[in-house]
Design a protein around this ligand. Sequence first.
Ligand code: 3H9
Length: 697
Amino acid sequence: MTDAIGYERVGDIAVLKAQNPPVNALGLDVRQGLVDGIERAESEGAKAVLIYGDGRTYFAGADIREFGKPPQGPFLPDVCTRIESSPLLVISALHGTALGGGLEIALGSHYRIAVPSARIGLPEVLIGVMPGAGGTQRLPRLIGIDASVDVITSGRQVGAKEALSLGILDRVEEGEPREIGLAYAQELLDQGAPRRAISEMPAPESVDFDALYDSVLKKGRGLLAPAVAIRGIQACCELPFDEGMKRERELFMELMSTDQRQGMIHAFFSERAVSKLPELKGVEPRALNSLGVIGGGTMGAGIATAALLAGLPVVMLEMTAEAAEAAKGRIAGNLQGALKRGKISQEKFDHLTGEALTLATDYDALSDVDLVIEAVFEEMGVKKEVFGKLDAVCKKGAILASNTSYLDVNEIAASTSRPEDVIGLHFFSPAHVMKLLEIVVADKTALDVVATGFELGKRLKKISVRAGVCDGFIGNRILATYRKAADHMVLDGASPYQIDKALTDFGFAMGPFAVADLAGLDIGWAVRKRKRAEGMDPRERDSSYMDKICEAGNFGQKTGKGYYVYEAGKRGGTPNPEVAELIEAERAEKGITPKEFTDEEIVTRYMAAMVNEAAKVVGEGIARRPLDVDMTLLFGYGFPRYRGGPLKWADMQGLDTLLANIKSYAEEDDYFWQPAPLLEQLVAEGRTFDDLNKENS
Ligand code: 3H9
C-alpha cells in the first residue's frame, strides 16, 4: 500500500482513507493505493469497503499536474472499474468536493453518502477535457440524459441536497465522513443490501445527439470540450458499457492533446499563482476593517458595492448631499441584483444600504477608515488635490489608494507626506462584477501596503495582479497597442465590423470596436485630443474619422450610436453606415489604397501587437511574469480562457513565427512594430514565456 491511502479495519468493514493533501488529487500513489486497498480488503475477508477523504475534501479529481506527462498505470478508469467489480460492498462517504475523477470513484462505488455541505460535479470541461474515468458512461445510467448533459457540459458544482434529489447520492447526513460512512456501511450489511454496479444498469434511450452536439458547441463559443463530452454521453446510450468506456477514453485523449486543454490548465494554475508574490511571504497585511470611497459614480459605486458584499463597512464621500444620495441609489441598484438572484436576503440588503454605508460630504468622515480608494475624475490636478486632503485627515497607517487607470501613481504619492502608504488599486467597471484588480505598486509603496492590497482583492474575490507604474499599467497599456493595430488595419482596408467578427470568432467576448462603443467613444476621443495637443511623433499613424462621429454627440451605446447603431430593446447593434463613409474619406485624404484582409491576417496582426507589447510589459518589469499578463487579459479584457492568455497562446504558436511576423510588419511601419527585446531574447535562446513563468514562481 502507498502512504496516500490509509487502511484500517472496523469489524467487517475495511476503511480506505485518502491522505494526499491539499485536495486528495488522484495521483499515481492514490490510484495505486486504492487498488491495493481493495485487494487487501478482499484477501483479508472484509465484507464491505468504505472510501473517504482525510482533511478538507473527498477526491477533488485527477491530479492535473500529471496532465501532459506520459500516463502511468493503474489508470483512473481501471481503478473505478476495479472498485465497482469488487465482490465486496463499496461505500463512498463524501465531504468537501467530489469532483471529476473524484466523483467517478464515487460512481464506481456501490453506494454514496455525503455530508450536507458536500459539493459534487464533473468540472473537466472547465479545464478543457471531459470526464475520462467513466463519468459519461455511469452518470447517464444513474440520472438520465438531460441531467447528465447539464452536469457534464456546465461543469458546475452541485450541492448535496440537489445531488440527492437527482439520484447521484443515496443519502445525506450530518457528521464526520468516516462516522456516517461506517454507520451507513454497517446498516447496508445488516440489511443484506446488494452490490449495485452502475455499469450494469440499463442505459437511457438515445436522442438526437447531432443536434445536441451542435447546440452545445455553439453555446461554448469555440470551446470544444463540452461538445465532445456529448459524444461520450452518446456512446453511453448507443454502445455496450465496455465499448462506451473505450470511446470515452478516445475522446478524452483527443481533448488532452488540444491547445485548448493546455490553455485552460494554464489559466487554472495561473489564476492561483498570480497573487503569490515571493516578496510578500511572511508580510502581515495592515488592519482592514473599514473602507472609504471617494466619488460615487459608476466606478466608485461598484467598488463600494463589492466592499459591502464582502462585509466591509463603507464611507462614501461625495461633493454634495445630492450626489451622495445618487451614489447610494447606484449602490442600492447594484445590490438589488444580488437580492434578486438570492445572493443576499432583504435583511442583509437593508443592512448594507443602511448602517454599513455612511454617506459623507466632508473629508473628516474619512479620518478613521483603514483604506481609502478615490474614484474621482481622471485628471492629475484633481487627484493631487484629493490626496492632499486625505493626507491631512486620514489616520496614521491608513492606506491611500487611487483607482486611476493610467496616471502616474509615483506622482500622486509624491504629493503626500506619506508615499509609502500610497498604492494604485485599479478596478474594472462594473467593479462589483469584473474579477480583475490591478494592484499598482509605486516606487515607495511599503510591502505591508501591497500585502493589504492583495488581502482586499482576496476578500472581494478578485483576481489580483501586481503591476508596476507606467502609462496604462499592464492591461490598458497593452490594450492601447492592440487597439492601434486594429485602427491601422481599418485605415489600410479592413472594416471595423470584419475586425470585430474575426476576433469574436477567435474567441474574444467582444471585438475592439464594440468594446469602444460600450466603454464610451468620448474616452478615446479625449485621449486623441490630448496626444495631439502634447505633440505626436510624426511617424505615429493617427486616424480622425471617429472624431466626426463624436463631434456630433455620438459616444457609442450610451447615446445609441457609434461604430454601431443601437435600437432600444434590441441586443447588440448594426453597423453605422456613416462610419464607412468617414473611413473612405480619410483613406482618400491620406492617399491610402485599401487592401483586402483575410480574417486570419486580422487575428495574426492583432495578436502580434498584443504579444509584442505584453513582452515589453514583462521585459520592463511592469508585469512580474508572463502569467500576470495572461490573467490580466483573461479577467479584464475578455480574452478567451481556452487560449490561456496572449503569452500562453504565443508559446503555442511558436515565438519564432511571431517574431518573424512582427519583423515583416516592421518593413511597412517600423515605428509601431518595434520588436520587444524580451521576445527577441527568448527566440535567440530557444526559450518560451512559460519557461519564464517557471523560473519566477
Ligand atoms: C479529472 O478528474 C479527469 C478525470 O475525469 C479522468 C482522468 C483520466 N490536481 O483551488 P485551491 C491544487 S480532471 C492537482 O486553491 P480551493 C491547487 O492548484 C480534474 N492540484 O483551493 C492548489 O495548489 P496550490 C477535475 C490541484 O479550496 C491547491 O490544490 N477536477 C487539483 O479554493 C488548493 O486548491 C477539477 O477540475 C487537482 N485536481 O478549491 C477540480 N485541484 O496551493 C479542480 C486543486 O499549490 N480544483 N489543486 O496553489 C478545484 O476546483 C479547486 O481546487 C477545489 C478547491 C474546489 C478542489
